[in-house]
Design a protein around this ligand. Structure first.
Ligand code: GUN
Length: 298
């Protein structure tokens, strides 16, 4: 009989942030001041505001310094550029994160390319994208959600993912493409599927590891899943929840949890799966960036 494990991202993330808090203590004893993360938010998107708050809160909790730049939606692109240049040039700032999406009048890729690659704790700068693609993981900063997704996968399979068929549904720069690179680096056989994929359900059903990163609530049903497969649900979708009362909403993933949990060998919940891992890995990247900028090798 298949056992259906619910992967506890919250607990795994907490063990990572506990370790980072200890290592931050060592860092501060050596350098004399804490790593510092700057988080930039442009506009009032409520989901982005929550993410930014949670990122800064966790930075404080692990012992970093954190600064927030909250800018109005109408902020001219040139003003944002000036702020990022200041952060790049400030040696007391080790990590810079610009929350996406940015308002339509701002050129997102221009902003990402402007962030100093050694401070790019999101791992979105083309230099870090290239290093990941060239398997230079020791020099790169790796995108947080993909890195967290691989750790959750290893919590089920152990460190050796060699030969497993990983199917990723979604081809975004933030999740789909980098998680494919990471799993390829782990010697998985990797398929990137997307909205134009023919026979998507059949492709999904061939996966030992199925990563759903499309942003469509409940799209992946139980009958898309090979019995016993591991399913990593990256989706965070806010949907109406009239059962909780008038005007209420809730968060759901890209996977239909009810049907999937009967078929999958292991499955991440939403919330409490990949989400907390993203924040934990952001802390890991910030500490890594601070160490590298201070010539500390680990
Ligand atoms: N928006 C959605 N996910 C992310 C992320 O990982 N980093 C940033 N900066 N913005 C996001």
């Amino acid at each position: 009989m298949t056992t259906h494990t619910i992967i506890d991202g919250k607990t795994i993330a907490a063990s990572i942030t506990d370790k980072i808090a200890r290592q931050t203590g060592d860092y501060i004893r050596e350098i004399g001041s804490p790593p510092c993360l700057a988080v930039v938010l442009v506009g009032e998107d409520p989901a982005s505001a929550v993410y930014v708050r949670n990122k800064s809160k966790m930075a404080d909790k692990v012992g970093f310094k954190s600064i927030q730049k909250i800018l109005p939606a109408e902020t001219p692109e040139d003003d944002l550029i000036a702020i990022i240049k200041d952060l790049n040039n400030d040696p007391t700032i080790h990590g810079i994160l610009v929350q996406l999406p940015l308002p339509g009048h701002i050129n997102e890729s221009k902003i990402i390319e402007l962030i100093a690659s050694e401070k790019d704790v999101d791992g979105f700068h083309p230099i870090n994208v290239g290093r990941l693609g060239a398997a230079q993981l020791n020099k790169a900063l790796i995108p947080c959600t993909p890195a967290g997704s691989v750790i959750l996968t290893k919590s089920v399979h152990g460190d050796n993912l060699s030969g497993l068929h990983a199917v990723i549904i979604g081809r975004s720069n933030i999740v789909g493409k980098p998680v494919a690179q990471l799993l390829l680096n782990e010697n998985c056989t990797v398929t990137i599927a997307h909205s134009r994929t023919k026979d998507l359900e059949d492709v999904a059903r061939s996966a030992d590891i199925l990563v759903a990163a499309v942003g469509r609530p409940g799209m992946v049903k139980g009958d898309w899943i090979k019995p016993g497969a591991s399913v990593i649900d990256v989706g965070i979708n806010r949907v109406p929840a009239p059962e909780k009362g008038d005007g209420k909403s809730k968060l759901v993933g890209d996977v239909d949890f009810e049907s999937a949990s009967k078929v999958a060998g292991a499955l991440t919940p939403v919330p409490g799966g990949v989400g907390p891992m993203t924040i934990a890995l952001l802390m890991a990247n910030t500490l890594t960036a601070a160490r590298r900028q201070n010539g500390i090798s680990v």
